[in-house]
Design a protein around this ligand. Structure first.
Ligand code: ZN
Ligand code: ZN
Length: 115
């Protein structure tokens, strides 16, 4: 009986006809996953953490723009100004606010109504 086809322990695909390696625990890992793993490891530990945080801070600074309409601070990812309703994507101040209509549904007494 021959050994069963090696299967990558990461992606679960058969490594029968592709290059693979075995890790310290004897688990089969295909070349693609191995490379991906290596790239992942090299990423944060390769002295890039400072660079990454710097880039993040920069992008945050770039995104935190004041409202072009009322100049109030708009947090990252905000499209509509919370202060005046100005939409930075359409360039228009939305007058139609999201109206939260209070449902004044007929109050139902949970215990049944006494007559
Ligand atoms: Zn794999
Ligand atoms: Zn505004």
């Amino acid at each position: 009986m021959s050994d069963p086809a090696p299967t990558c322990s990461v992606c679960g695909l058969s490594c029968e006809d592709r290059p693979f390696a075995k890790d310290a625990k004897g688990r089969v890992i295909c070349r693609e996953c191995l490379d991906a793993k290596k790239a992942q490891r090299a990423g944060p530990e390769g002295g890039g953490s400072d660079l990454m945080s710097g880039l993040l801070a920069k992008s945050k600074m770039a995104k935190a723009t004041p409202c072009p309409n009322c100049k109030s601070y708009m947090p990252e990812g905000t499209v509509v100004c919370a202060a005046c309703g100005f939409n930075t994507q359409t360039g228009k101040a939305s007058t139609t606010r999201v109206s939260v209509v209070k449902k004044e549904s007929s109050f139902k007494w949970p215990f049944g109504r006494k007559k």
